[in-house]
Design a protein around this ligand. Structure first.
Ligand code: SF4
Ligand code: SF4
Length: 394
């Protein structure tokens, strides 16, 4: 059971609006009349900006880290070595103080420390905040800029009446065909860049893109689909969307007016309704847990329930659950090919050692990264939803 200390909601950085407002008030009430400084070097504004700059915008309590004895966030990290707990603690306290730490350079952006922290103190979001502030980009700058352009909202969204269940395919419209059969009977599918969850910027040290774009995406989901159709919940086909509208939104202080439903939760409910149709699969299945599931670790147990209901065995892999390894897709995108190859190889070797017949993915990106390798090694790559459809005889 996770501890849940009451967080200090550290004031959000509001450089743009707040400082702009203060500047206008200051200028008209005082500066315009009496100030001797040129406005561009106004000491009040500079002081204010500096103070805002060192205050993390992420919901986080530094005192919880000071008292923390295990420093699980870093001690459990599978990609960075620490000599001992005190070494890890020293690095964590540097990050909390906004100072340079080798962690900022060595982090693979696997999201796992979000799950490892027993106090929900948002270590990964804070780390990304500092990477961005210090311009320590995990990927070369031109790639980050290209991605920002490519994944920007396109304004091609149109009003659509939808009906429950509304399934959000995010930026994967090519996977719309997965929403089919008895499992998704009557579902409406929504997708596209204008409702892209934007969580990927955590891999690119761009919390600012999350702050700027996620509220707009939420607004699009409401105004183009849910509000008019009087629907207040949305099934997230991808863990990333669920992580955005739950964990990220909470930590970044972004309000979400609809109820996000995790795909595993939805499938479990449908399997209860469709229990008469289930034909047990009776196969050993290796699961490739995605990084984004670290943001909603409680949903991992829901997958166990699904496996039980469809009569499949989730094989005990070394690299599953808390020890899951990145599929290799992120380091590949960050141009760290050697590490990507190593992770692919470790994952495949681990799966093969279990005697599994299928490798099941819940992340289309993981499947695109590992699917072919998995198939070449004799395992059948399949998405969770497709595996369930097989169990339902489709
Ligand atoms: S982030 Fe969590 S695990 Fe890490 S030092 Fe702080 S309280 Fe401990
Ligand atoms: S995101 Fe992953 S690689 Fe980075 S510090 Fe956290 S656990 Fe380590």
């Amino acid at each position: 059971m996770r501890n849940d200390p009451s967080h200090t909601a550290v004031p959000e950085r509001k450089i743009t609006k707040q400082i702009a407002d203060e500047f206008i008030i200051c200028y008209f009430l005082f500066c315009n009349v009496a100030c001797v400084y040129p406005k561009i070097i106004c000491p009040i504004i500079i002081m204010n900006m500096r103070q805002e700059d060192v205050v993390p915008a992420i919901k986080f309590d530094p005192e919880v880290c000071v008292r923390c004895e295990t420093v699980d966030c870093l001690m459990k990290c599978q990609y960075i070595e620490f000599a001992c707990t005190s070494d890890a603690k020293a690095e964590k306290l540097k990050i909390n103080a906004g100072e340079n730490s080798r962690v900022l350079n060595e982090c693979l952006t696997c999201y796992a420390c979000q799950e490892y922290c027993p106090y929900n103190n948002n270590p990964f979001y804070l780390l990304v905040e500092l990477q961005e502030e210090k311009e320590i980009l995990p990927a070369p700058k031109p790639i980050v800029e290209e991605q920002l352009r490519m994944m920007s909202p396109k304004g091609r969204i149109t009003q659509q009446k939808v009906r429950s269940p509304v399934v959000n395919m995010c930026a994967f419209p090519m996977l719309t065909g997965c929403v089919r059969g008895k499992l998704f009977e009557g579902a409406s599918v929504i997708s596209g860049n204008d409702i892209f969850c934007n969580i990927m910027w955590l891999h690119f040290a761009k919390n600012s893109a999350i702050r700027e774009r996620v509220p707009k995406m939420i607004d699009n989901i409401m105004s183009f689909y849910l509000t008019d159709s009087k629907i207040d919940e949305m099934v997230c086909f991808h863990d990333e969307c669920y992580g955005t509208y739950t964990s990220v939104a909470e930590a970044f202080g972004i309000s979400v007016p609809f109820k996000p439903v995790h795909l595993f939760d939805y499938i479990n409910r449908r399997l209860d309704e469709l229990s008469d149709y289930i034909k047990p699969i009776n196969e050993k299945i290796a699961y490739q847990r995605p990084c984004s599931n670290r943001l909603s670790p409680e949903t991992d147990k829901m997958l166990d329930e699904i496996f039980i209901k469809i009569g499949a065995q989730r094989v005990p892999r070394k690299h599953d659950r808390e020890n899951a390894l990145c599929c290799g897709g992120v380091p590949r995108a960050l141009q760290r090919d050697e590490l990507a190859d190593e992770l692919v190889e470790k994952n495949i070797r681990d799966m093969l050692s279990t005697g599994a017949k299928y490798c099941v993915f819940n992340c289309p990106f993981c499947m695109a990264t590992l699917g072919q390798e998995v198939a070449e090694h004799g395992l059948m790559p399949v998405l969770v939803s497709d595996l369930v459809l097989i169990a339902l005889g489709e």
